[in-house]
Design a protein around this ligand. Structure first.
Ligand code: CDP
Ligand code: MG
Length: 708
């Protein structure tokens, strides 16, 4: 098939999308308004078509069209699709940018990107002078960065004086959402016009299961149930593709393996109801999947084959897969939540909301009537599922975005225009953490260090450690570690018990090779060994390491190094000297960023965190320090996993004296006192009073005993 005939067919396809009928009016509405809300059912063509309409209408004459997505996979796959529809090479006229992966060029006129990327661009250029149109997409998802962008765009572009600053042509802001809360959005943006794309949907019949109830939240027994249900549908329902909702990569891979195994034994002559169905094509879909594999998802299956996509929540609204007639809903989602028990953000599996369940079901009724099989009981629906999903801004750490806002000159972070306000204590908690990392001073003003920190797309604690290392001239130790912590899981964990043993042995060997039992050092050692190997992919295979993850780590490390170099060249970068033991250097640097994650052994194998929460934690079995607990006293850790116990992961032993001077900082500032500095209008007099009070209150050090 020649290129032009293929394009013709795609073009026809897009003419059938609901948005096509409204092309002229939509373009006009963008022309006539600074702010515009566009709503329409998922799959109506908002994300892929509107940017093309605006491009054709000449909106790229002065600047680019930028479209944000809360999820990186969506940004990448949609850009691929649009480049294909516009018949251009990805990265030229149409491109994408996500964290650590920039596929754009000078020529890029239509740029898909994550909301986090646009936030970084605003930092460098608050007037967004390169853009003629900014489209915030998937606003109903209520991701933290999109919510912050909404507030910022409102703040900058509803103010005529600010809106034209640094710009020679006006900016158009389009906010796109799948039908939810559009009145609220319009009111928030000064009662702007709402353009609703009428869409038709077909009825979807939903049934509840009998197996999974509220008690199953902690087990993953629902994976088996989902697989059973998918096979039932495959054998007893008429042709049409299946979409299964699970929570994450490992679960999805397990489900696909099980499905594959079971589907092998189907005898298509006797076992299936619809005799036109002669096979099952099983496809996983999750965020960190290779992009060429992701592309397969959208392709129609071969004739007589039923497609079964096993996906995370990404398939609920961000991506539309054609041909889906059956939904299997596990009722769970993986979500980042602030856990007040340990005082940290934790990725956890939780029941979805009822509105989310409806959204999932709706995916079966896009082109004809469909069916949704919920594996959970009616009781689970009633008792365990909330009505709506809480916006991310109200349930996760705000440390990084508050620093961004402060760097943008938004001092009063409490009265920032939030679509939904986060609880004040979360804002104060973020300010407290920024103060602990020396990113802001006691008055809530950004420090020199804070200005450097905001440049890194990393957690502020990790950034703090990287900057410490850089000031000591040993960034080569920390940059690889930061890169390794920023990519997906690097260790392969085979399902087969024998193979698992073999992998464990190799991994332990790698830990030993680093010379110290310390998970951060192991990451560094894996990075260096692989990099210096002649055949790195073979090396990975031999050592049970994911080569793809390491390849990304190499690229991330290079990018972090470039950011650092740029900062070191441009500004008066801090320089310090280190007169301690060189072998301790890595751990000493880590302490500067991880002193908020310090734990001390209390009894037996139990550790107690020192951040004021005093949580009882255990070392995770994946750590090289697991079973070495008795020899340890003080440790720092990268993150926490909560199951029936609280586990700390990526652990490193330290000496108390390294954090002795830092620990008091954890208790020094009372969050409620910080509320006064969170507001702009605090006077000098008030400030002095407050500082005196603080000084009087300051406690002696936590403990004077050095136990290491
Ligand atoms: O944004 P909205 O949900 O309104 O729709 P869209 O994402 O623009 O999707 C419009 C159509 O493009 C749907 O039929 C999708 O299946 C299709 N599409 C595709 O085939 N491949 C992609 N990578 C993205 C969208
Ligand atoms: Mg969309």
């Amino acid at each position: 098939m020649s290129k032009s005939t293929r394009w013709e067919s795609k073009d026809n396809e897009s003419k059938h999308l609901p948005i096509y009928q409204h092309k002229t009016k939509l373009v006009q509405a963008v022309r006539d308004n600074t702010f515009l809300v566009v709503t329409g059912e998922t799959g109506s063509g908002k994300t892929t078509q509107l940017p093309q309409y605006l491009y054709q209408a000449g909106f790229c004459k002065d600047g680019k069209i930028g479209i944000t997505q809360p999820r990186r996979v969506a940004a990448i796959t949609v850009a691929q699709r649009v480049a294909q529809e516009m018949q251009c090479t990805l990265g030229r006229d149409v491109g994408y940018q996500v964290r650590f992966d920039d596929c754009t060029s000078q020529d890029t006129a239509v740029k898909y990107m994550t909301d986090g990327c646009l936030l970084r661009e605003i930092l460098a250029d608050p007037g967004l002078s390169q853009y003629s149109v900014v489209i915030l997409d998937e606003v109903h998802e209520r991701s933290l960065n999109t919510d912050i962008l909404l507030g910022l765009l409102k703040k900058i572009f509803t103010n005529p004086a600010k809106a034209t600053k640094g710009r020679s042509f006006p900016l158009k802001v389009v906010v796109m959402s799948a039908t939810l809360e559009t009145d609220k959005l319009s009111a928030f943006l000064g009662d702007c016009l709402v353009f609703a794309i009428p869409g038709r949907t077909f009825p979807v019949t939903c049934t509840f299961g009998s197996a999974v109830g509220p008690k199953d939240i902690e087990s993953t027994g629902y994976v088996k149930e989902v697989v059973k249900m998918a096979l039932d549908v495959h054998t007893s329902e008429m042709a049409g593709d299946i979409l299964v909702f699970l929570t994450g990569q490992s679960e999805i891979e397990r489900a696909c393996d099980l499905l594959y195994e079971k589907a092998e034994s189907i005898d298509y002559r006797y076992d299936v109801q619809d005799q036109t169905v002669e096979g099952l094509l099983i496809l996983p879909l999750y965020g960190s999947m290779p992009t060429d594999q992701q592309r397969q998802i959208f392709q129609p299956p071969p004739p007589k084959i039923r497609k079964c996509v096993v996906a995370t929540n990404i398939a609920a609204t961000s991506l539309t897969i054609n041909g889906i007639k059956y939904i299997i809903d596990s009722g769970f989602v993986k979500q980042l939540n602030h856990n007040s028990r340990v005082g940290m953000d934790i990725l956890e599996v939780v029941p979805i909301s009822k509105s989310e369940a409806q959204q999932r079901a709706g995916r079966a009724g896009r082109t004809s009537a469909g069916k949704c099989f919920r594996i959970y009981t009616k009781e689970f629906w009633e008792k365990s599922m909330p009505e709506y999903t809480v916006p991310e801004i109200q349930r996760t750490s705000l440390t990084a975005v508050i620093l961004t806002l402060k760097c943008l000159g938004v001092h009063d972070v409490i009265r920032f225009p939030y679509l939904d306000c986060p609880e004040e204590r979360f804002i104060l908690e973020a300010l407290k953490q920024l103060y602990q990392f020396d990113a802001i001073d006691r008055r809530g003003r950004v420090t020199r260090l804070g200005e450097l920190m905001v440049e890194f797309p990393l957690h502020p604690g990790l950034t703090r450690a990287v900057l410490k290392a850089a000031s000591l001239g040993c960034q080569d130790l920390l940059l690889p570690v930061a890169a390794m912590l920023s990519v997906e899981n690097i260790l392969i964990r085979p399902g087969h018990p024998e193979k698992q043993k073999e992998a464990d042995k190799k991994h332990r060997g790698l830990a030993n090779k680093s010379g110290s039992m310390n998970d951060f050092a192991t990451l560094l050692s894996v990075f260096q060994s692989c990099k210096s190997s002649d055949r790195p992919s073979v090396w990975c295979k031999e050592n049970w390491i994911h080569w793809r993850a390491l390849k990304s780590a190499f690229s991330v490390e290079t990018q972090l190094r470039e950011i650092l170099l740029r900062l070191q060249q441009k500004r008066d970068f801090p320089v310090e000297t280190f007169d301690g033991n060189k072998s301790e250097l890595l751990r000493r640097c880590l302490c500067t960023g991880y002193f908020t994650n310090v734990a001390r052994r209390s009894v037996g194998k139990v550790f107690c965190t020192m951040d004021g929460h005093g949580s009882m934690v255990h070392i995770h079995p994946s750590s090289s320090l697991f079973d070495q607990e008795a020899e340890l006293n003080w440790v720092i850790f990268h993150d926490v996993l909560v199951t029936s116990r609280v586990y700390i992961r990526t652990v490193c032993p330290i000496r108390y004296e390294w954090v002795k001077d830092l620990l008091p900082k954890l208790h020094e500032v009372d969050v409620y006192e910080l509320s006064s500095v969170a507001r702009e209008e605090v006077t000098d007099e008030e400030m002095i009073k407050w500082e005196n009070r603080e000084a009087a209150k300051r406690q002696p050090e936590v403990s004077t005993e050095d136990v290491t």
